[in-house]
Each structure stands twice: as C-alpha cells, then as structure tokens.
Design a binder for this molecule. Structure first.
Ligand SMILES: Cc1ncc(COP(=O)(O)O)c(C=O)c1O
Length: 368
C-alpha cells in the first residue's frame, strides 16, 4: 500500500485493561475517542476499549456523538465539548450525556430535551483552573447542580473538571486544582449521591490516585501514547499505531546532486536516495524536512530534503542495500528498531497527540 496507518486493536484492549487495573475498584474507565480516536479510528478503538474494560465512551462534538452513539447504542456516552443548539440536538438524539456550565445552556438543554421527549443527562462542569469551559465559582457549581436536579427535563448525571498540568510532574498547580475540585465534588455528591464525579485524564491517572474518583477520562493512554511524552512502556503502555509506506524508487545521486523543493539537501558524496510516496498531504509534517528518520529493512535512514505533499526522500547511503518495493516505517517498529510518535513530536516541538491526530484522512487505517 502507498501509505497505511496500521492500528493494533489488541494493544488498545491491553492498554485499557492496564488502565482499568491501575484504577481503584470504584472507578470506571471512560475511553475518549474524539477526533476519530486521536487519529486511530474511533469505532474500532472504541470497541477494543470496551473489550479491555472501559465502560463508557467520550467524544467532543455533536457529529462524533451521532457516530459513536449509533455504533454503540446502550453504552454510556459523554459529549464533552461546547455545543451549538444543532450539535446539542445531535448529541441528545444519540443518547449522549452533555456538559453544562451555566444557566443559559441548562435552559437550552432542558428545552431540547423536552422537545425530544426524554430527559437530558447533564454533567455540571467546574473550572478548577483550566480556564476553558466550566464555572469557576464553587457556589455557582453547586447552585447549577441543584437547578439541574430540580428540572424535570434534566437528569443530573455528573460533576467534573479538567486538569491543566497533570502531565507536568513539577507543577504544583495540579494539586491546587485537585483540592478545589474535591471540595466542590464533595458538596455536590453530598446532596446528590448518585452523581458520577470525574476529573482525571491519562496523566492524572498515573500521577495521583486521589484524582480517580468515580470515573476517569483517558484518551492518549488508550492509544499507547505516553501522556508525559516519554517512553509509553514506562507506564505499562504499548503503542497502537504505525505509519507505513514503501520505497517507490531508488536512485543514484552523484555528490552535489540535490533532492526536493528548494534544494535544501545535497549529496555530500555519491549515494543512493529512496523516494517514498507520502508527504504532508498524509500528515507527514513539513517540519520533518531534513529532520526525521525512516526505518527500512530494520535500519534507520535520515529523511533528507523538503517534505513534499506526496513524497519524501531518504538517504540510503553509498552501498545499495535497499531495493525498490521495500517497506518503510515512519512511526512504529521494524526489526529491532522503532520510532515512537513521541520521537516525531519532539523533533517537531509538539506533542504525540498532534502527531497521530494529524495523520490525514487520505491514509487508510487498517485495524487488526
Ligand atoms: C475534557 C477532556 N477530558 C479528557 C481528555 C483526555 O485526555 P488525555 O488524552 O490526556 O487522556 C481530554 C482530551 O483532551 C479532554 O479534553
């Protein structure tokens, strides 16, 4: 295949079983499958996550709720993002729980639920310091929870927050957020004992068991990517995705010959250059120009020249030991060698999340 993202659903299942085992007995695992499962394929990964011990799913948008709600009817689903009235309708029609953080949206949710003839399950969001969605004032959170519980068109299903620095071990702000939220959650849970209290993302799960509460919302770890941008194995996780292509051509380059747009690379000596038929149109970012490695035949070779939309070039060295047609791996393992999404992210000055989310729709995901 020209370019393919192979997705090991068995690894998703094992990562979820590991996460579930990390949690206390009373805490549910909610697998976050937004953004097409962080680029891995939402439906296949959701099925594997549920097989591995997740009991709930979460998405960000109305369209995602419609897709996942239809594929997994009966599995509790939470749509976490801000919703336009149209998106809200989609999410509620899909049977999804939704986030509420101010009174105006509470009223809209109640109106839509009444029209749909079924109470909307809502999770009241506390902004304990992330500074995005949520009500910062603890008293307002409790008031909002009361208003939701009293509304016949709503069902108060949860109280929740999101951490800003769970992935930064040196940050003390995580502890501050946890403290603020714990107080709010205790107040709400004291009045409404059936609410689901949830806060932790993947990093928080590994960082502090006090953040586990009734449920955790894990995305990145489900996909075997390290929330701390190190080696996933350190937290018992195995990468799920590999990005593979092949050597479409092997060409002799005399010393001084250049490859790619802008002639950003020239052969220092006579060498062989391999051409791989994928590029930034597939999500191989242009920032990897002269700044990446590719595995071919179990060895590492430097990506040279500028990343084009549909091609990249690789310096195979002066001895021709790579043949046209051989497999080439940009993320993943080949033989003893491996390239982690975290390695690619470090080269780009970004995070593994952006690397896998950025693999474009042009690349087929093959699950197995
Ligand atoms: C509100 C919320 N909860 C949970 C998650 C999952 O986070 P992670 O992928 O770090 O586990 C996200 C993802 O960004 C999120 O936005």
């Amino acid at each position: 295949m020209r370019a393919v993202a192979r997705v090991d659903t068995g690894a998703v299942e094992r990562n979820c079983a590991h996460l579930k085992a990390t949690l206390g007995a009373g805490s549910e695992l909610c697998a976050v499958v937004k953004a097409d499962g962080y680029g891995h394929g939402a439906e296949a990964c959701a099925a594997a996550a549920l097989a591995g011990g997740a009991s709930r799913l979460a998405v960000a948008t109305g369209a995602e709720a419609a897709q996942i709600g239809a594929a997994f009817a009966g599995t509790p689903l939470l749509t976490m993002g801000a919703l336009t009235p149209e998106d809200l309708e989609l999410a509620l029609a899909a049977g999804s729980d939704v986030a509420v953080w101010h009174d105006e949206f509470r009223r809209i949710a109640a109106d839509r639920a009444r029209a749909a003839g079924r109470p909307a399950r809502v999770h009241v969001k506390h902004d304990s310091g992330m500074g995005r969605l949520g009500t910062a004032d603890p008293n307002e959170v409790v008031e909002l929870a009361r208003a939701c519980a009293a509304d016949p068109d709503l069902e108060l299903a949860g109280v929740w927050t999101h951490f800003a620095t769970a992935d930064e071990p040196a940050s003390t702000f995580f502890g501050e957020q946890l403290e603020r939220f714990t107080a709010v959650a205790e107040a709400v849970k004291g009045e409404f004992p059936t609410v689901t209290v949830h806060a932790a993302n993947s990093a928080a799960v590994f960082r502090d068991p006090r953040s586990h509460f009734d449920m955790v919302r894990c995305g990145i770890a489900v996909y075997g990517l390290d929330p701390f941008q190190g080696d996933p194995a350190e937290n018992g996780l195995a990468p799920v995705l590999s990005l593979r292509s092949y050597v479409a051509d092997v060409k002799r380059f005399p010393a001084g010959a250049s490859a790619g747009y802008g002639q950003t690379w020239r052969a220092e000596r006579d060498t062989w250059v391999g051409v791989l038929p994928l590029g930034y149109g597939d999500g191989v970012r242009r920032g990897l120009s002269n700044n990446a490695e590719v595995l071919i035949g179990g060895r590492r070779y430097p990506l040279i020249g500028t990343v084009s939309m549909d091609n990249v070039t690789v310096d195979l060295g002066p001895d021709r030991d790579v043949e046209q047609g051989e497999e080439a791996v940009l993320i993943g393992s080949l033989g003893e060698e491996r390239i982690l999404a975290e390695d690619v992210a470090a080269r780009l000055g970004t995070i593994n999340y952006e690397v896998t989310c950025g693999i474009s729709a042009r690349v087929p995901r093959v699950h197995g």
